[in-house]
Design a protein around this ligand. Structure first.
Ligand SMILES: NC(=O)NCCC[C@H](N)C(=O)O
Length: 290
């Protein structure tokens, strides 16, 4: 069985968490949204509606969608199932979030994967912290890791060791401070792979060496505007090569993607994505891509 060492191969199995089980209720959202640093309090009923639309698109493209359980040790951010683990072709690596409030999510995942008999090839330990959003498969043998507030040097050292036999190139990209430690800035905030040779990027946040490296590798870059970057327009989930999903309100990136031959599906993500800063890639943990 091979799992996932790509951001773009056809998505066959994905793990998600339903907002019913992450957001719990309007009262719970009211109590917690500021602590989790959301832009505004999400509307619970609207979030459920948005998620149905999101799941409809996902269900049309993905054979197996598994749901993480509701559990009182995790909070609102557990909706963003991408971050507590990262898959390789041999199985999962259990991470430990750079956002303290999210750290209990890793243990829930660990038990869940064990129960499902999905292999775990490693787990961060000691002082290491990393979020899945900082780890990108550029191709099947190239792993890129963003070093920022959510992912530290010790995690990078451990990830390098764990993936030594699985990658030829391990590239570290220094992330900018941008809006500061409290805000969520991941490597995947400014790059989404849409095909092996096509990526959506927000270049103002990219180190020059990384942008040049992408171009040298023959990856065509589609630039997102600042307005659409702020609306999560750079967060594009590939369901298959050049078949992707974005949140509504990103018409410029949608039309650029279509011009590049991509099929683009949209979902309204004001409550489930925008307010918590987690687009479609963040809402999904790809387990198997072919
Ligand atoms: N991979 C991602 O970019 N995930 C977004 C996570 C957003 C969440 N509110 C967080 O701060 O961790």
């Amino acid at each position: 069985m091979t799992y996932c060492n790509s951001m773009v191969g056809k998505l066959e199995h994905v793990i998600v968490k339903h907002p019913r089980d992450a957001f719990i209720s309007q009262n719970h959202l009211r109590e917690k949204w500021e602590e989790f640093n959301y832009i505004e309090e999400p509307d619970y009923e609207e979030a459920l509606k948005e998620y149905e639309q999101f799941l409809t698109v996902l269900g049309e493209h993905v054979d197996q969608i598994d749901f993480l359980p509701a559990i009182s040790t995790t909070g609102l951010d557990s909706l963003y199932a991408h971050d507590p683990v990262k898959f390789t072709n041999e199985g999962a690596i259990i991470l430990k979030s750079g956002k303290k409030l999210r750290q209990p999510e890793a243990d829930v995942y660990k038990h869940y994967l064990k129960r499902k008999n999905i292999p775990i090839i490693g787990e961060l330990s000691g002082d290491a912290v990393a979020d899945g959003g900082d780890i990108v498969w550029l191709d099947e043998r190239t792993l890129v890791v963003g070093r920022g507030y959510r992912t530290n040097d010790e995690a990078i050292r451990q990830l390098k060791e764990m993936t030594a036999g699985l990658v030829d190139e391990f590239i570290v990209v220094a992330l900018p401070h941008d809006k500061g430690e409290e805000e969520c800035l991941h490597l995947m905030s400014f790059i989404s792979m849409v095909d092996q040779n096509l990526a959506v990027v927000y270049s103002p946040l990219m180190p020059v060496f990384f942008r040049q490296l992408l171009i040298e590798r023959g990856i065509k870059l589609i630039e997102v505007s600042q307005r659409e970057y702020m609306n999560l327009g750079c967060n594009v989930l590939a369901l298959a090569p050049r078949v992707c999903m974005i949140t509504t309100g990103n018409d410029d990136i949608k039309s650029q993607l279509e011009k590049a031959g991509a099929t683009v599906y949209e979902y309204k993500g004001n409550e489930i994505s925008y307010k918590g800063t987690g687009g479609p890639t963040c809402l999904t943990c790809p387990v198997v891509r072919k």
